[in-house]
Design a protein around this ligand. Structure first.
Ligand code: CP3
Length: 346
C-alpha cells in the first residue's frame, strides 16, 4: 500500500527497515523567539490561524533551526469549531473558550461547502507549505479527534476531568453519538481537503481520549476515528494516518486494529515492553520536560528509545507537545544526536 519514498518520514510506512525520522509535536510555537515576534502582529490567535502567510512562516521557523523530517501545518484543532460557527477565543492563562453551540442540531443543520470555505486559509497555508519544502521533508496535515473536539465544543471551557461532556454523553447517548459521528464525517472531509491541498500524511490529535471509560472506547473513540480513517483510505490509500491521544497506552493495539490507523503516537502510559506485541508504526515518546533544562537524561532517554525500536518502524517524537519553556538549544542537540545515530543504525 505504501511505496518506498525519498522522504524518511513517509518511508517508515513502507515498512522497509530504516533509521528513524524525527519531528516534534508543537515544534512551532512560543518557545521560539521568532514565533513570539510573529504573533505580536496578531493578538487574536484565530485570526493568526486564518492568515496563510503568517502560518506558513510559523510552520517553517522550526525547520530553519533544526534538520527535521516533517513540517506540520500551523493551525489548531479548534479551527473546526470556528468553521462550524462557534466563537473561539484563546486567553493566555485559562486556555481556549468557546461560545455555546447547539450540538444536538448539528447532524441536520450543517453546510459542508460553507464549512470548507471557512477553512480556505488553512488549505492555502498547506499548499504554500508543500511548495516551500525540500524534497526530503514531509508535509503533515492534522485534525482533532471527534471526542476531543466535541469536549471543547460542549464544555465551552474544559473542566479538568471533562465531567460536563461525559455526563451529557451518558445521559443522552443517542444524540451524543450522532453528534460525534457527524463531527467525524465533517472532519474526514476536512482531512481529505487538506490532502488535496498538499498534506502527504495526516495526524489525528484526540488528546483527551484518556478520559473515556473502557465501556465507551468503541463508541466515543474507535468508531469516530474509523470513520475518518476509512474515508481517507477510500480516496487516498497511500496517505498514512497517525493517531495520538494522551493516557491510552493500554489501548494502543486496539487503536490500530479497530480503526485501521497506520501509526500509534504514544506517551508514558504505553509500556515499552509491549512494543513487540503488535505491528504498527510507533511514534514517541521522549518526555518534553527533558528539553526545558540541560539534563544528562536527555540523550540517555533518546538512546534508550532508539535501542528499543532498533528493529521496528519508528518515528522519533515527544510524548506530548513541546512546552513554551523549551530551550531551543536542547532541541538542536537532540536532533543532532538522533541524526548522528541514524547512520550507525542503518
Ligand atoms: O504542532 C505544531 O507545531 C502545529 C500547531 C498546533 C497547535 N495546536 C498550535 C497552537 C497543533 C498540532 C495544535 C493541536 C492542538 N490544539 C491540540 C492537540 C495537541 C495537544 O497538545 O494535545 C489541542 C488540545 C489544542 C487546543 C489548544 N490550542 C489549547 C489547549 C491551546 C492553549 C494552550 C497552549 O498551548 O497555549 C491552544 C493554543 C495554541 N495552539 C498555541 C499554538 C502554538 C499557542 C497560541 C499562542 O499563544 O501563540
Amino acid at each position: 500500500m505504501f511505496k518506498p519514498s525519498r522522504k524518511p518520514f513517509l518511508n517508515v510506512f513502507s515498512k522497509s527497515k530504516q533509521s528513524p525520522p524525527i519531528w516534534f509535536m508543537r515544534q512551532a510555537g512560543r518557545y521560539l523567539p521568532e514565533y513570539r515576534e510573529l504573533r505580536k502582529d496578531f493578538p487574536d490567535f484565530i485570526k493568526f490561524c486564518l492568515s496563510p502567510k503568517a502560518t506558513l512562516e510559523a510552520a517553517l521557523q522550526p525547520l530553519r533551526r533544526f534538520p527535521l523530517d516533517v513540517a506540520i501545518l500551523f493551525s489548531d484543532i479548534l479551527i473546526l469549531p470556528f468553521a462550524l460557527g462557534q466563537e473561539v477565543t484563546f486567553k493566555e492563562k485559562t486556555g481556549p473558550a468557546l461560545s455555546p453551540f447547539a450540538w444536538k442540531d448539528l447532524s441536520n443543520s450543517y453546510d459542508l461547502s460553507q464549512i470548507l470555505r471557512n477553512l480556505e486559509p488553512v488549505f492555502e497555508s498547506l499548499s504554500l507549505l508543500k511548495s516551500s519544502l525540500p524534497d526530503t521533508v514531509t508535509c503533515l496535515g492534522f485534525v482533532g479527534g471527534p471526542f476531543t473536539v466535541a469536549a471543547y465544543m460542549i464544555e465551552n471551557a474544559l473542566t479538568r476531568d471533562l465531567h460536563t461532556v461525559k455526563s451529557i454523553a451518558f445521559e443522552d447517548p443517542v444524540r451524543f453519538q450522532r453528534f460525534l459521528e457527524t463531527l467525524a464525517y465533517i472532519t474526514a472531509q476536512y482531512a481529505l481537503t487538506q490532502i488535496e491541498a498538499g498534506a502527504e500524511a495526516l495526524q489525528i490529535f484526540d488528546s483527551w481520549a484518556g478520559h473515556i471509560p473502557e465501556s465507551r472506547m468503541k463508541d466515543w473513540f474507535y468508531t469516530p476515528l474509523k470513520i475518518i480513517r476509512d474515508a481517507i483510505r477510500e480516496k487516498y490509500p497511500a496517505v498514512p494516518v497517525l493517531g495520538y491521544a494522551r493516557g491510552i497506552g493500554a489501548y494502543g493495539e486496539d487503536l490500530i486494529t479497530k480503526t485501521g490507523l497506520d501509526a500509534f503516537s504514544f506517551d508514558q502510559s504505553f509500556l515499552l515492553e509491549k512494543v513487540s506485541d503488535f505491528s504498527a508504526v510507533f511514534q514517541g515518546n521522549l518526555d518534553p520536560t527533558l528539553l526545558i533544562k540541560p539534563s544528562h537524561f536527555l540523550l540517555k532517554e533518546a538512546e534508550r528509545l532508539l535501542q528499543t525500536f532498533e528493529s521496528k518502524p519508528y518515528i522519533f517524537n515527544v510524548s506530548q507537545g513541546l512546552f513554551p519553556q523549551t530551550d531551543p538549544d536542547l532541541v538542536s542537540s537532540l536532533v543532532g544526536f538522533v541524526r548522528s545515530q541514524r547512520t550507525e543504525i542503518v
